[in-house]
Design a binder for this molecule. Structure first.
Ligand code: ZZB
Length: 259
């Protein structure tokens, strides 16, 4: 499986407590996506409060934060100085990097925040997910949960200003679904929360294929173009600007049972 790794730069000043000692090199939360052409619509980043992440140094003298498993995969793809080796510098819980101010590449927003998502899978991608609520039903449902439920925000120390001003940004038009496909499909299916797994799978199926084959961008330099035609170009441009990388993942990574 080939993902695009999106580098969300930590721009909070001063740095959160846990990251203070890593202030002499740029720090990134890295998110794996299959949809680089949707990065114009990023409104936040998702981390799971209970997942253990790791900070490590890359061969480009930057700090990346992801799960250890993802870091190990990266070490076999020339992300680290020594092939197959990761220089782990800190273990960080999701909660310790919650509510951090970030710069997301291509997003029209000046800054976005890391927020809690309870459905993140630890064994997929980097365990960090970038959020495009206009086109991803999971992201729209999770953002709506946070907006509706003040106790949920409070539980994870998220202030109102990190959530309430952020609405889905229309970035592409999909015939039949309009410019805010995910909110529309979530509404049609009456999805009430991020935990409605079955409905969200259905919602995703509805927007995925249509978005890929019929989506037409309405923002950025490729406005008017079909996403299918410009996906690769947008990915390459981000890579050239050092805002993204290609990241591969074995289809299945079986966790040893017997040790
Ligand atoms: C931005 C984006 C925009 C995404 C969109 C989707 C959509 P798939 O198809 O099931 O393989 N993702 C990545 N890692 C994780 C994780 N560890 N746990 C939960 N979700 C994760 O899913 C790939 C997508 O799942 C990735 O692409 C990422 O969200 C999320 F408009 O990034 B995506 C209709 C989907 N639209």
């Amino acid at each position: 499986q080939e993902y695009t790794l999106i580098k969300l730069k930590v721009i909070q000043d001063p740095l959160p407590e846990k990251l203070k000692q890593f202030n002499h090199k740029p720090i990134y939360l890295v998110a794996a996506t299959l949809r680089p052409e949707t990065m114009y619509g990023q409104t936040n980043c998702w981390v799971h409060p209970d997942i253990k992440y790791a900070l490590f140094e890359t061969v480009d003298s930057e700090y990346f934060i992801s799960t250890r498993r993802a870091a190990r995969n990266m070490s076999f793809q020339n992300f680290t100085h020594d092939w197959g080796k990761v220089n782990f510098l800190a273990e960080i819980s999701g909660q310790e990097i919650m509510g951090i101010k970030l710069k997301a590449p291509l997003s029209s927003l000046e800054c976005v925040y890391s927020l809690p998502m309870m459905t993140i899978k630890e064994d997929k991608g980097t365990g960090i997910v970038t959020s495009v609520p206009s086109d991803s039903p999971d992201d729209f449902a999770a953002l709506t949960d946070l907006k509706k439920k003040k106790p949920f925000r409070e539980k994870y120390n998220i202030s109102d200003d990190m959530v309430l001003p952020f609405d889905p940004i229309p970035i592409m038009n999909i015939e039949g679904l309009g410019t805010l496909a995910a909110p529309k499909v979530c509404e049609d299916l009456k999805i009430q929360s991020q935990n409605e797994t079955a409905k969200l799978i259905e919602a995703k199926e509805k927007v995925y294929l249509k978005g890929f084959y019929e989506g037409v961008l309405i923002v950025g330099p490729y406005a008017g173009k079909k996403v299918q035609e410009v996906k690769k170009t947008i990915q390459s441009e981000m890579i050239e600007k050092n805002e993204a990388k290609i990241y591969q993942e074995p289809e299945k990574q079986v966790v040893s049972r017997s040790g």
